[in-house]
Design a protein around this ligand. Structure first.
Ligand SMILES: [Zn+2]
Ligand SMILES: [Zn+2]
Length: 345
């Protein structure tokens, strides 16, 4: 693609790049649609697929039952503890009252109160017995609660073991599925990349270049979006290796291209001035002059210095004199800007 200098040509080129982009995005859209409508080749797997449903179901039911029983035992324990507190408070109050009464009785020494002493002692014993009974009820509920907690813990740990065994099989299967999905995607993408590579090498400057570049965009998109995220990682091994291979390939291409360019340039600079001028396209020469570099060797030259008529680097003629009016003019201009005479070619 030479540098266009004509105003309309520039706009045409810009429009054609838009055509390339649009062509590429429509291809991407169509490709996405096709991939979406392909039959699903792999089912989505979960850990559940690898659990023995009967064993896991039995353990889950056990855990459920144990949890409910534990909750019931906890409620009963709360109630029993409340009752124990009441019984303790009753007994403590009765004990205090009895002690006071006993002190009064010793002070007054009234023998007719012996019967009451017996009754009060019996009452106190009954309260102590009630307290003891409430304590026994609390202890019984604590035992029930502990039993249920242990049963639940046992079922949980059995389920945990079952899940750990299933997880291993699940990860193995996921890995091989990942590999298969990558294989399908590679089989779809690789031909596209091959065609794109061939188009880039052979057709990128052809008349139909907007379509060529559109297709190259499409292939690059397919590679980076549809393939790269599906490269199995294996702890980064494959991804880094693919990255290294790609970098080496691109780097090799760039290095060879640079060497070819330098070689071509060296050969061109060795040719006589007239022939070099013929090889340079008019538009390229003007574009390079516009960037204040020598059209022949692309090194920078002070074009405003009227003493410089030849490139000090490669010796190509930059300015000459009109054959008709002897005005100093650009050696690349086709006509004299002062008299309009055609330049000798
Ligand atoms: Zn030069
Ligand atoms: Zn002239």
């Amino acid at each position: 693609m030479s540098k266009a200098l004509r105003w309309s040509e520039r706009w045409f080129r810009f429009g054609l790049w838009l055509v390339a982009l649009a062509f590429g995005s429509f291809l991407i859209g169509l490709g996405g649609n096709i991939v979406e409508n392909l039959p699903r080749v792999e089912t989505a797997l979960t850990l559940e697929n690898f659990l023995d449903p009967a064993a896991a179901g039995k353990l889950r039911a056990e855990i459920d039952t144990a949890q409910q029983a534990r909750q019931a035992a906890q409620d009963a324990l709360d109630q029993a503890e409340l009752k124990l507190n009441v019984a303790r408070a009753d007994a403590a109050t009765a004990r205090d009252t009895f002690a006071n009464w006993l002190a009064t009785r010793r002070a007054t020494e009234r023998p007719e109160q012996d019967r009451e002493l017996i009754a009060r002692t019996a009452q106190l014993d009954a309260l102590k017995a009630a307290e003891r009974k409430a304590l026994a009820a609390v202890q019984a509920q604590q035992q029930v609660l502990l039993d249920q907690q242990q049963a639940e813990a046992r079922a949980q740990s059995a389920l945990g073991e079952l899940r750990a065994a299933a997880a291993e099989r699940y990860h193995d299967e996921m890995r091989s599925q990942e590999l298969r999905v990558f294989g399908y995607r590679l089989a779809l993408t690789l031909p596209l990349l091959g065609v794109a590579g061939w188009l880039f090498a052979k057709q990128r400057k052809s008349t139909w270049w907007p379509f060529v570049w559109g297709f190259i965009y499409f292939a690059l998109f397919a590679f980076f979006v549809e393939l790269v995220p599906y490269i199995p990682s294996y702890g980064g091994w494959i991804r880094y290796s693919v990255g290294i291979v790609l970098t080496v390939l691109v780097g090799r291409y760039a290095i060879l291209a640079l060497n070819r360019y330098l070689e071509r340039q060296k050969q061109a600079e060795a040719l006589p001035d007239v022939e070099r001028r013929k090889e340079l396209s008019y538009d390229v020469a003007l574009a390079r002059l516009g960037k204040k570099v020598c059209p022949g060797c692309e090194r920078s030259v002070d074009l405003s210095n009227t003493a410089i008529d030849y490139c000090p680097h490669c010796g190509i003629c930059l300015f000459d004199h009109c054959t008709a009016c002897n005005e100093r003019k650009s050696a690349f201009a086709r006509f004299c800007h002062a008299c309009g005479a055609a330049a000798k070619s």
